[in-house]
Design a protein around this ligand. Structure first.
Ligand code: GLU
Length: 314
């Protein structure tokens, strides 16, 4: 894969997505922006950005790669990494690693499975991860963002308080999840405190360029792409990639593995990040979502990416 012209591939994918050029042209107006968090509904829907970062640090971008957006569930991955660096045994005792086959905010499976989330990338799992961070850290929110700054090398990454408040005001279902798990003994702190951290985690804002760099360590055996520091052991990286592969796309993880063939994670803000271990980390963003809640153009763009490159992890 050393002679691949990534920039040419990204530019050509962008043209097919945005200008409808070529035989695999896409309709940029397909799908709908997430509206259940009111503040997310106001985003300009017809945007598309993509950024790919190789292990040598080279960065290739197209479209709105430097426009910040709400990463939402994608932020569950750095939170999980931080919790795993604190106490991996506790994380895997308090949640499972199976795909849910249900909506990301489903309640009934949690009741059936006695308050143990199916995996760390659905809302229930991420709420337990937040609970672990609150118990372990003196200043959980600040330390969480400091960890993201270490992953990305970019101290400007922050959260949008308006988006956090907008989600907090509408988080009846997440409140139900956290209270149900509290009743089962799998939440140790106050539900309100857990929800406050969770919404500020999900309200994290990044550009595609920042996102590709932040996730670079998952392609690089735990070493960051910006300064080569080992922030996670290789075995942890393998496990997080495995969980992303099986659980990173709501009820569409099979489809993503089938069409794209990389581990990754999506968010309802329209972002998707994907990893080709030992090669690259790639982020794509387009706010219109398909019926399963994944970015319509983002899925398509990543499918074209691995087809054009000619390699998947399989
Ligand atoms: N903050 C969102 C929620 O809890 C995250 C959803 C997502 O991106 O999957 O509903």
């Amino acid at each position: 894969m050393s002679t691949i012209d990534y920039q040419y591939i990204l530019t050509s994918i962008h043209d097919r997505m945005v200008h409808g050029a070529g035989p695999t042209a896409e309709d940029i107006s397909s799908g709908h922006v997430a509206a259940y968090i009111p503040e997310l509904a106001s985003v300009e829907p017809d945007q598309f950005g993509m950024s790919l970062q190789c292990l040598d640090g080279s960065v290739h971008s197209a479209g709105h790669a430097d426009v910040a957006f709400s990463v939402q569930s994608i932020a569950k991955v750095p939170a999980l990494l931080l919790a795993l660096t604190i106490d991996p045994d506790e994380v895997w005792e308090r949640m499972d690693v199976e795909p849910s086959g249900n909506a990301f905010n489903s309640l009934f499976q949690l009741e059936y499975e006695q308050g143990i989330p199916r995996n760390p990338l659905i809302n229930a799992g991420a709420l337990v991860v937040c609970d672990i961070l609150i118990s372990a850290l003196k200043r959980p929110l600040e330390e969480l963002y400091a960890f993201v700054h270490a992953l990305s090398g970019d101290p400007s990454i922050s959260w949008n308080e308006r988006v956090a408040q907008s989600e907090r005001a509408a988080s009846h279902r997440n409140a139900a999840l956290v209270n149900l798990m509290k009743a089962f003994g799998n939440i140790h702190n106050e539900p309100d405190e857990v929800l406050d951290l969770y919404v500020r985690l999900c309200a994290m804002e990044m550009t595609c360029t920042q996102l590709a760099c932040t996730f670079g360590l998952l392609a690089n055996e735990g070493r960051t792409l910006h300064d080569g520091k080992a922030l996670a052991p290789p075995v942890m990286v393998q496990r997080v990639n495995a969980v992303m592969q099986t659980c990173g796309f709501y009820d569409e993880a099979g489809e993503f593995a089938f069409r794209v063939g990389l581990p990754g994670k999506s968010g309802v803000g329209g972002g998707i990040v994907a990893i080709h271990p030992r090669y690259y980390s790639v982020a794509v963003w387009s706010p219109r979502l398909n019926e399963r809640g994944n970015s319509h153009l983002g899925m398509r763009a990543l499918e074209l990416l691995t087809a054009d490159i000619g390699h998947t992890i399989f």
